[in-house]
Ligand binder design. Structure first.
Ligand code: A3P
Length: 402
């Protein structure tokens, strides 16, 4: 009942009992990569677990069948390092499954309570993911996991809150997200690698999950709209926007920090954003905040109904409401609610949680902005006003930064 082809794995899994499939039916050459709490990452390619004494012994000990961890982040509850064996006893997964296994000599011991994440597939015990799947109607006799092209793309805007939106949607069991920005449609080199390469960048997903990727550079790319349209004219597009002046300062702040980290020279915001008392149109970050200029390209290919505009400021202050609207747009049953968030006072942002774990976005999200002179702010706000008005007309929505 199992067939394994490149990128497609179908495993017979009765809903109850999970009897172990014959060893010959087990997956071969499974790639796993782990990011450990100390920031280091390790990966390995498992051999057919049926051929591995450790796995086989463990599987018998646990009396479970095969399951597949899609993805997860969790807290290490117990780790032992003995005789060169690093035994990871339990990781409860924020989204996904628990895992149990025995890993030989491929990772340093991690302290209890450390956070770890797992990507890939392995044998293990079935926990939360299966419960969620059941609730979502994703449970079916045969689980077929494969990499699918995205059904929805977060196209931008850079510094609009794209990571937060992706992570929040990822709390939904019906969603599988590509962790990294893929840059397929805006980068000629990647685009030339073809659709199979693009598909390979996507996570494994159930047939009933939708795959979502985010690459904010798509929004301002002159070629991305047409390329996406040609791949899939039915693509659903998510665009998250915020006050263009705030976005501009955020963009500057990110580049400033990157330059400092690389030991490069920096200039004050006012010097880059303003030239001869005018808004500096040669500053690319200014151009990125002219939302109407970019959106018009998208609307020559896609109908307005294929675009959902997320209010970045509301996502900061009221994430459940904005995520619910996005779920609706994606045709997903409502799942992510107020219980999925808690306010972290030291970060000043909502962070994500499920019944067992809590997690904030990385420190690079929500950095303090530099103070900007009032007259410069005024100049920028005046400059963006007409662009904003055109953008509001295009999307049929207004925002607080009107
Ligand atoms: P700032 O760093 O300017 O505050 P992107 O992921 O597209 O780069 O967007 C980064 C922005 O996401 C941050 O901009 C921050 O305001 C916003 N954001 C929205 N929700 C957030 C959250 N829950 N935690 C941290 N940042 C969040």
């Amino acid at each position: 009942m199992l067939s394994l082809t490149l990128g497609l794995l179908c495993v017979a899994l009765p809903v109850l009992g999970f009897p172990a499939p014959p060893a010959s039916n087990l997956a071969k050459d499974v790639k796993e990569s782990w990011i450990l709490g100390n920031g280091s990452s390790v990966s390995r390619t498992s051999k057919d677990p049926g051929e591995s004494a450790a796995w086989s012994e463990r599987r018998q000990e646990m009396g479970i069948g095969e399951w597949i961890a899609l993805k997860g982040v969790g807290t290490v509850e117990h780790l032992e390092n003995s005789d060169g064996l690093w035994e990871e006893n339990k990781i409860d997964i924020l989204k996904g499954s628990g895992s149990t296994g025995k890993m030989t000599n491929w990772a340093p011991p991690q302290p209890k309570g450390d956070v770890a994440s797992v990507h890939g597939m392995q044998l293990g015990s079935v926990t939360r993911k299966r419960v969620q799947d059941s609730a979502m109607g994703l449970e079916h006799g045969a689980e077929c996991l494969r990499r699918n092209l995205p059904a929805a793309i977060i196209i931008g805007v850079r510094k609009g809150g794209t990571r937060a939106l992706l992570e929040m949607l990822n709390l939904h069991p019906g969603v599988a997200v590509a962790d990294n920005e893929v840059h397929f449609f805006d980068d000629d080199h990647n685009f030339a690698r073809g659709l199979d390469w693009y598909r390979e960048q996507m996570p494994m997903s159930h047939p009933k999950q939708i795959t979502v990727e985010k690459t904010p550079a798509y929004f301002t790319s002159s070629i991305a709209p047409e390329r996406i349209y040609r791949m899939d004219p039915g693509m659903r597009l998510l665009l998250i926007v915020r006050d263009p002046t705030e976005r501009l300062i955020s963009d500057y702040t990110q580049v400033f920090h990157n330059r400092v980290a690389q030991g490069k020279a920096t200039a004050p915001f006012e010097e880059v954003a303003i030239r001869e008392s005018q808004v500096n149109l040669e500053y690319r970050a200014v151009h990125r905040s002219m939302y109407d200029e970019h959106l018009k390209r998208w609307l020559t290919f896609f109908p307005r109904s294929h675009l959902h505009v997320v209010d970045g400021e509301r996502l900061v202050h009221n994430p459940p409401a904005e995520v619910a609207a996005a779920e609706h747009f994606l045709g997903l049953p409502g799942h992510v609610g107020p219980d999925s968030f808690y306010f972290n006072t030291s970060r000043g942002f909502f962070c994500l949680r499920n019944t067992t774990h809590e997690r904030c976005l990385s420190e690079s999200k929500g950095r303090p902005h530099p103070p900007v002179r009032w007259d410069v702010l005024q100049l920028l706000r005046d400059f963006f006003r007409e662009h904003n008005d055109r953008f509001f007309q295009m999307v049929g929505q207004t925002f607080d930064w009107a």
